[in-house]
Ligand binder design. Structure first.
Ligand SMILES: Cc1cc2nc3c(=O)[nH]c(=O)nc-3n(C[C@H](O)[C@H](O)[C@H](O)COP(=O)(O)OP(=O)(O)OC[C@H]3O[C@@H](n4cnc5c(N)ncnc54)[C@H](O)[C@@H]3O)c2cc1C
Length: 379
């Protein structure tokens, strides 16, 4: 499993998957055959997280191959990300509360042997240890494995979900504030209240093709409980009526300007924002920092090839750039930086998000009904 750092390679991966493996996706997607055999899933998430390719591009390409009904499961999965993002946008305090809780829990657990064994892959659960190493080596885990991992972390090792979510963010190439935080909350049973996800021996054995044995888990744990409730904060995600000739800031979530809705607008100069660890609350592993920085360089090169004036700057230099717009960075560390430094910028929102986020007020089951409507806005 290799994640090469260019849009060209990401497109190759997308095309190969659609041509060769999409047809069996809904039947095989839940199997984790191991890091050397990922043909049953797309492995596109590190690229989608960074906007190297986007949901619209993936869905359009898949519909070029198969009908909507044949593709429905795949399209639903692709739009889970959009849904989680919208859900968090409407309730941004879930993210800020998560960081506050994390800060306290980190302190409580810094010398906790159970926690240290877990992040070192030295528990007595063989499959879990193997996934810890896989995460550190490959910076990716299969979706089903992320669910088992989080469930074992929370219900068998009895560790706080907040620390597990941090551990994922540090090592995943696709680390994303919405999908990750809400994925962990969902497993714990506080996202859909009272509905937790319990990993079980038979399920792990079946969907890993019996690659692991001796899987002794707490299969009867109760759901975690949180007293906090979050009501929706009403916001509009409108773009300015006319987009003036200003500078444009692009964060790490939109690293393909050429596929954005704003490609035909004229900007004075594009600044690609690099956010290294100094300004992050969750410090990323070295490989993840490098991955992001190579993706940013690839975008710079593509812009330069198209004679677009651009420059990579550190996030701390934004304050020196006057008169600019920014492609909306979404709830997460980059937006936190802007707010905590009182930097005011006019955001530009993707049409896909504007269309989709209005349906993120309830659960995904409800959101799913609007998928055909969302897709109909693509052309
Ligand atoms: C505890 C937990 C933490 C997670 N953390 C992240 C994270 O930090 N970043 C991240 O991108 N995904 C996260 N996910 C979601 C999911 O596991 C990955 O997006 C998926 O495994 C990516 O592999 P793929 O590209 O081969 O997916 P495929 O199965 O090929 O799906 C295609 C695309 O659909 C999207 N997608 C699929 N499943 C999900 C899902 N459950 N939620 C959101 N989007 C989805 C992704 O963009 C993916 O690339 C998490 C899930 C769990 C349970």
């Amino acid at each position: 499993m290799k994640f090469e750092t260019s849009r060209a390679k990401a497109l190759d991966k997308l095309n190969y998957f659609i041509e060769n493996n999409l047809s069996a996706y809904s039947k095989l997607r839940n199997f984790d055959f191991g890091p050397e055999n990922r043909s049953n899933i797309s492995c596109l998430s590190p690229y989608v997280t960074h906007g190297i390719i986007d949901e619209k591009e993936i869905i359009k390409r898949s519909l070029g191959k198969f009908s909507f009904s044949k593709n429905e499961k795949f399209i639903q999965e692709v739009l889970w990300r959009t849904y989680w993002k919208g859900w968090l946008e409407l309730r941004p305090n879930v993210w800020s509360d998560y960081l506050i809780e994390l800060s306290k829990i980190r302190d409580d657990f810094k010398n906790n042997q159970n926690y240290l064994n877990a992040i070192d892959g030295k528990t007595n659960i063989e499959c879990f240890n193997s996934w810890v190493n896989e995460l550190k080596d490959h910076n990716y885990l299969h979706n089903h494995t992320r669910m088992w991992f989080a469930s074992i972390w929370i219900f068998t090792l009895e560790l706080p979900w907040q620390l597990g979510a941090e551990f994922f963010m540090q090592h995943l190439y696709d680390g994303d504030a919405a999908s990750n935080t809400l994925g962990w909350r969902w497993v714990a049973g506080i996202q859909t209240k009272g509905k937790h996800y319990l990993a079980s021996e038979w399920n792990i054995k079946k969907f890993t093709n019996n690659r692991f044995s001796n899987i002794k888990l707490n299969e009867n744990a109760l759901s975690k409980i949180s007293e906090k409730t979050y009501s929706i904060i009403k916001q509009d995600f409108n773009n300015p009526q006319t987009i003036e000739d200003r500078n444009l800031l692009i964060f790490e979530n939109n690293l393909s300007f050429e596929i954005t809705d704003f490609y035909n607008n004229k900007f004075r100069k594009i600044y690609l924002i690099s956010n290294k660890n100094e300004n992050r609350f969750i410090k990323l592993g070295e490989k993840v920092v490098k991955f992001k920085s190579l993706l940013i360089s690839d975008q710079e090169q593509r812009l330069k090839n198209n004679s677009i004036d651009c420059e990579i700057i550190d996030i701390s230099e934004i304050k020196n750039i006057q008169n600019s717009y920014a492609l909306y960075p979404s709830v997460g560390e980059n937006l936190d930086y802007l707010y905590s430094n009182s930097i005011k910028i006019d955001f530009l929102y993707r049409k896909l998000d504007q269309h989709s986020w209005q349906y993120c007020n309830k659960g995904f089951f409800n959101f799913k009904n609007y998928i055909p409507k969302i897709i109909s806005t693509f052309n």
